[in-house]
Design a protein around this ligand. Structure first.
Ligand code: MCN
Ligand code: CUN
Length: 800
């Protein structure tokens, strides 16, 4: 099923300017650090200087005698409350404050509560920790060596650093196809550790009321309801006595899904002192200790017949999970959604094994537009297809075109069991290639290479592409949960007597513009102006239960919930309209109208001129009308949306780079992105999401890396060392769109928030390697690395 961009038409949908920007551009956003409660104290975390060390003792007497210090919390303090360890999203435990050992540099050891932030920080220096340094495990490839130090000796019977083994696909069918393949290409690839690095770091203000026993936590939380359950479990406070309030969030990118020790220590600090406690981490703390992304070491094999038809894929992965297995993914998917690694291609058989290992590094979480590991999967397959093209002397665009799934195959069941809802991949790739002017750039590339060979002077031009399939909108309850919570979302919509509305949601915007787009959904369904609908998020006392925003699931799940709630309200309105117009409800026709303050209207079929607007109905619904049995009056509905499947947005990207062979410097000259996320609610916001994701991709491909030295020292703890892309490194993005609605989403919409971060890194890497004629080199392709690769000596960028 394919449509055009016209499929997005109708009241409500369109490039509506963002409602939230009025306060953001005026500096009137309200973030956690803007919150100041009466009598509020400030917390600071003491962190480990070692990657691996036994704690012999922690002496806090000097810190406690600091005149402004009100409490010092150690692992012992927490152990006495049964809170020294917390459950992780992946059935492991993580230390809140270390009691036995520290397991990564930057791990939380103690927490000081003081009258101001400076005093809290000063007092950290007064804490005396006696460490016995232990050898660290830094390289995941050495984590399972027999002589590797055991990191998690806190776990019973633990004799190695093994976390899990997981496999998917059919090993026998895959082996059979490999056996009869005319060609097999293999490649080792590292998707290095990167960080979500939102502008706003993580923080909280915890406020425990000793009289009522109620805990209010203002926090950077992408999933407030899930957080509430975690606080209840960890702190033992009844869930109904906990209120989580997520105010404006200055970027999340997955960083704010997880539970961090600082949040919990602030709660304990508030319980101990009886005063609210604020904790806001600094940049280095954020880069060193909060959830990282990726760190996948992959070995891929791709089998093809003599005509270049891809037959099978086989993959083995070593996943570096850091010191605690905290990556957030549905219980049934220990390696996240990596299982979609067959990508956009018609591949008969596939198999993959993933082994997770502990290392002396910070734990993961949900991080950096990961789509639960689809990012790594897309990178793997899109790199492998290029390697196959390289090895068999084929054009990468033609090779892709010959192997892409065609629209008639949808809904498509992949070799690893995923049901893709809808797609038209050849059209997306054709559009991208045409927009880029593929043949012309290839000719230009040939001319540049000839000139380089003659004169030794650059630049060298490269063209890279990727065709990606995303899997977002987690997810069907029977398959997907987080800590036992099924991945559904609620919505509650109320239309007031005067015809304005409030929509309450369980998802949580971190910059994606939900206040606008979700109002647009209600506007679309009810014909009200976008401005007549307010959106409430991020307050567990005032929103329905649901799992929050990550994995680009807001549109697929909460968006569907909003739409269903609005349709319920429309049906309530129909009942009231039937009373008003004295006709049977079935004889009424709905017309959404132009999106005016009157809202849509019901008219009587076959009777011109007789109609009643939503606004009139809203007043009547709350008024003195004599309502028949079963019609409650009032226009209000709640719903819980249980997604029947994920949505599968996709796209085709073409990147053109110029590489200076003398310096290895890469200039991303052009980037064409064709995205298909089904029906677009707000095309402007969608394009903004894609711009951000493309910049992310350029960053990861060329410069971003969380690096460690052999002792496990973190080498990327500031923005001087952890390089983020800026406008300087980004070309003017050239965007195009196709619209292939999701057949199972009420609006035909698919998620898009992570698409470009998922799809763009392989396009950039493929372009750089195409320019320099190198089969494979790992990210980030820094100038030094590119230059070395050009000399035939690529380096291991993930190891210092
Ligand atoms: N949208 C639309 N039409 C569609 C799909 C989406 O108009 N067919 C709109 C949505 O209504 C929403 C935005 O695009 O306003 C993103 O929607 P969606 O794809 O559903 O993603 P989420 O809202 O669930 O956002 C999560 C996603 C993730 S997982 C990461 S990571 C990421 C991303 O969003 N973090 C971000 N984009 C970000 N953008 C900003 N500014 N800040 C972050 O932290
Ligand atoms: Cu994986 S980062 Mo986003 O899902 O919040």
């Amino acid at each position: 099923m394919t449509g055009t961009l016209d499929a997005c038409a109708g009241p409500g949908f369109g490039p509506v300017p963002r409602k939230e920007d009025g306060r953001f551009v005026r500096g009137r956003g309200r973030f956690v650090d803007d919150i100041a409660l009466p009598g509020m104290l400030h917390g600071a975390v003491l962190r480990s200087p070692y990657a691996h060390a036994r704690i012999r003792s922690v002496d806090v007497t000097a810190a406690e005698s600091h005149p402004k210090v009100r409490a010092v919390i150690t692992g012992e303090t927490l152990a006495a409350r049964g809170m020294a360890w917390m459950p992780t999203f992946s059935h492991d435990v993580a230390a809140v404050l270390a009691t036995d050992k520290v397991r990564y540099q930057g791990q939380e050891v103690a927490f000081v509560v003081a009258e101001d932030r400076y005093a809290a920080r000063d007092a950290l220096a007064l804490i005396d920790v006696d460490y016995e340094p232990l050898p660290p495990v830094v390289d995941a490839r050495l984590a399972l060596a027999l002589d590797a130090p055991v990191i998690r000796d806190d776990l019973a019977d633990r004799t190695d650093n093994h976390v899990f083994d997981w496999e998917t696909g059919d090993p026998d069918a895959t082996a059979a196809l490999f056996a009869r393949a005319a060609h097999v290409s293999e490649c080792d690839l590292v998707y290095p550790r990167v960080h979500p690095a939102p502008l706003e770091t993580c923080g909280t203000v915890a406020d425990f009321d000793r009289i009522s026993g109620k805990l209010t936590v203002h926090a950077t939380a992408q999933a407030p309801h899930a957080h509430r359950m975690l606080y209840a479990r960890i702190a033992g406070i009844p869930e109904h006595h906990i209120r989580i309030i997520a105010p404006d969030i200055g970027g999340g990118f997955g960083n704010k899904v997880g539970m961090y020790p600082g949040y919990l220590c602030a709660v304990v600090g508030s319980i101990m002192t009886g005063a609210p406690v604020k904790w806001v981490e600094d940049r280095s703390e954020n880069l060193m200790s909060t959830s990282f992304a990726r760190d996948f070491h992959m070995h891929g094999e791709i089998a093809a017949d003599a005509d270049g038809h891809i037959l099978a894929l086989r993959v083995s992965v070593l996943a570096d999970h850091g010191a605690f297995n905290a990556t957030a993914q549905p219980s049934k998917f220990p390696a996240g959604f990596f299982g979609v690694f067959t990508g956009s291609y018609d591949i008969a058989a596939a198999h993959c094994r993933v082994t997770g290992v502990y290392t002396n590094k910070a734990p993961g979480g949900v991080a950096y537009a990961c789509s639960f590991r689809v990012t790594e999967a897309v990178y793997l397959v899109e790199r492998l297809v290029d390697v196959l093209a390289h090895d068999t002397g084929r054009d990468p665009a033609e090779l892709r075109m010959a192997n892409l799934l065609t629209p008639d195959r949808f809904p498509f069941r992949s070799a690893t069991g995923w049901e893709y809802d809808s797609g038209d991949y050849p059209r997306a790739l054709r559009t991208a290639l045409d927009t880029a002017g593929y043949a012309g750039i290839r000719a230009e590339q040939a001319a540049r290479r000839a000139s380089f060979e003659k004169t030794g002077k650059g630049p060298l031009t490269g063209i890279g592409m990727s065709v990606f399939t995303e899997a977002v909108g987690a997810g069907p309850r029977r398959l997907m949960d987080i800590m036992g919570l099924g991945m559904a979302d609620g919505a509650e919509l109320r239309v007031h007597p005067t015809g304005t509305a409030v929509l309450r949601l369980s998802c949580m915007s971190q910059g994606q513009g939900h206040e606008t787009t979700f109002a647009q959904i209600v506007s679309h369904e009810l014909g009200l102006p976008v401005d007549a609908v307010d959106v409430v998020q991020g307050d567990t006392d005032n929103t329905p239960f649901g799992l929050g925003t990550y994995g680009s699931r807001s549109t697929p799940v909460s968006g569907a919930a909003a739409s269903v709630a609005a349709r319920k309200v429309r049906e309530q309105a129909r009942q009231v309209a039937a009373v008003l117009l004295e006709v049977a409800a079935d004889d009424l026709r709905w017309d959404a109208g132009p999106g005016s303050a009157e809202g849509g209207s019901f008219s009587v079929a076959g009777v011109p001129g007789v109609s009643v607007s939503l606004r009139e109905i809203a007043m009547a619904a709350h008024g003195g009308l004599d309502l028949p049995e079963g019609v409650e009056g009032q226009l209000a509905a709640t719903t819980v949306y249980n997604p029947p499947n994920l949505t599968f947005p996709f796209g085709a990207y073409v990147c053109v780079v110029d590489v200076d062979p003398g310096t290895g410097e890469v200039d991303v000259r052009r980037f064409v992105a064709v995205d298909d996320c089904g029906v677009r609610i707000n095309p402007m916001i969608v394009e903004g999401q894609i711009h951000g994701g493309l910049a992310d991709g350029v960053g990861m491909a060329l410069m971003e890396l969380v690096a460690f030295d052999d002792d496990g020292n973190h080498l990327s703890a500031s923005f001087m060392d952890y390089l983020l892309p800026t406008a300087m490194e980004c070309p003017p993005w050239e965007l195009a769109a196709t619209v292939t609605p999701s057949p199972h989403h009420p609006l035909g919409a698919k998620g898009v928030g992570e698409s470009a971060t998922v799809g763009s890194p392989p396009a950039v890497v493929n372009a750089v390697l195409d320019a320099i004629g190198v089969r494979h080199a790992d990210m980030p392709l820094t100038p030094a690395h590119v230059w070395r690769a050009l000399q035939g000596r690529p380096i291991r960028p993930d190891i210092a």
